[in-house]
Design a protein around this ligand. Sequence first.
Ligand code: SAH
Length: 226
Amino acid sequence: MNDKRLAKARRRLLDEIQAEARDTETWTGRGAFSDPVMAALDRVPREAFVRDNDVVSAYVNRPQSIGFGQTISQPFMVALMTELLDLGRADRVLEIGTGSGYQTAVLAEVAGRVFSVETVADLASAASRRFRDLGYDTVEVLNRDGFAGWSEKAPFDAIMVTAAPERIPQTLVDQLKPGGRMVIPIGRVHEVQFLYLGAKDSDGRFAAHKTLPVAFVPMVGKERNE
Ligand code: SAH
């Protein structure tokens, strides 16, 4: 695809994302996504994160297979989850489920540092390579079961989980700073999942509420009760 067609495909995708933001406002409370989030989606080369660098399908507003039974999230969902965290340049973010690394790169465009945990070793190393090649030097990747979070780097201003556990893991809540926010899909396998938005108040009390119905791969691993 030549540069002009690529730019057009990208522009169309951004327009679709804003249209979907309007359509889902009753669920999410966000009828329009902010300029920094949209600029991040405009900047990250999605074709570098999909299989075979398939440029034609990279800019379709759909999730896609990345192998290992996993998927790169739908661009709208990446935008929404990033938006809901209200990130700033000084924020330290924990992401669980690196996958292709696309969401991680979008986070890196709007936050300070991003710490991303992936349980599939091959995906973690492929994503690390992409970050190095693309110059995302504020990102660190760890191959580990994300139910443990990343205690060595905690606490975090924001936590994003991109695989669905059955309930919000307490370990992750513990790694969130007072005033911090968390976005996480919750649901049992084969049942409807909902995206939850949570926040910890200045006294350390955590509360989360449902936003819209979603479909993520399950978070596999072992929940810890520490
Ligand atoms: N955000 C990624 C896609 C996520 S798919 C992207 O846009 O490409 C969900 C990812 O979560 C998969 O890569 C899966 O291997 C990973 N995952 C599932 N359970 C996990 C766990 N317990 N800890 C860390 N990663 C996990």
